[in-house]
Design a protein around this ligand. Structure first.
Ligand SMILES: [Zn+2]
Length: 286
């Protein structure tokens, strides 16, 4: 892949859609690496077919209304041939806001960036732990540039990565494959070990816990048993009483207190009648 190291715009990815008329349309996601909003872009779009052969090179000039500083924006381009299936952009002029000087492409600024060395999943995880989020490959030096851990190629005199702002010295001393191997710490034992058992308020598997559980079950059974017996006895007594009240020939139990009460009431009536009989005599006597 060839890139211009000093271009303030980089292509992140592109998608090609084919509509009814058969002409493809490319939606290209760009990133403004500068600290100024971009007003317009000029350059050439190199279109190629599925076999990688270049079909045509069309100049373009676009207004960029939403190309804010350090942010992503999208442009759309179309070729004139329907067999075009890939596109590569070469920017020649970029105009900034605030009357800043335009960026103009210079000869010889393009370099060929080799594909990244393959990296395993465990290595990538260790690299992310070492270099932070966004690290995708080891930092390295190539002819005319240094490659950051984020994958961006930077000019040799650039002290910071144009994409992620990581420092050149840090990348080339700490995040190379050799440095990462040397400094690679082992995985923490807390990750390798199995998760701890949950802490219960009582020993779950000890004999005393089982015994106490059985004891509590027996205690509940005894309470239910005696409650049932008491209910049965009460029902029996109620049945006996009901049968005694319904049969008048049945012998009544002797109740001395009740008899005493009956006798005393009869005596009260007797004394009251004798008193009423004696009262007129006492009225007539004077
Ligand atoms: Zn970077």
């Amino acid at each position: 892949m060839k890139i211009d190291l000093h271009c303030p715009v980089e292509v992140r990815k592109w998608d090609i859609a084919v509509f009814d008329r058969g002409l493809p349309r490319a939606y290209i996601h760009l990133f403004n690496l500068s600290h100024l909003p971009i007003l317009s872009l000029e350059g050439q779009a190199h279109w190629s077919n599925a076999a990688g052969e270049e079909i045509e090179a069309l100049p373009f000039s676009l207004e960029a209304s939403r190309a804010y500083a350090r942010s992503e924006f999208t442009i759309a381009l179309s070729p004139s041939q329907p067999e075009c299936s890939a596109v590569e952009l070469v920017f020649t002029r970029i105009r900034f806001a605030a009357n800043r000087q335009d960026w103009l492409a210079q000869e010889g600024a393009w370099i060929e960036v080799p594909p990244p060395a393959p990296i395993g999943g465990q290595e990538e995880a260790a690299l992310v732990r070492l270099a932070g989020a966004g690290a995708t490959q080891y930092a390295r030096l190539i002819p005319g540039a240094w490659i950051c851990v984020c994958g961006r190629a930077n000019a040799l005199d650039a002290e910071q990565c144009a994409r992620c702002m990581r420092g050149r010295e840090v990348c080339l001393t700490r995040f190379t494959r050799e440095a990462a191997r040397y400094h690679l710490p082992p995985l923490p034992s807390s990750i390798l070990a199995s998760p701890p058992e949950p802490e219960l308020p009582f020993p779950a598997r000890s004999p005393s816990a089982a015994k106490s559980t059985r004891k509590s079950k027996m205690h509940g059974f005894n309470r239910r048993f005696w409650f049932t017996v008491a209910l049965l006895v009460l029902a029996l007594l109620l049945g006996l009483l009901a049968s005694g009240a319904g049969n008048p020939s049945a012998p009544q139990p002797a109740v001395p207190a009740q008899r005493t009460a009956v006798l005393s009431i009869a005596e009260i009536f007797k004394s009251a009648s004798s008193a009423s009989a004696a009262t007129p005599k006492s009225q007539d006597s004077p």
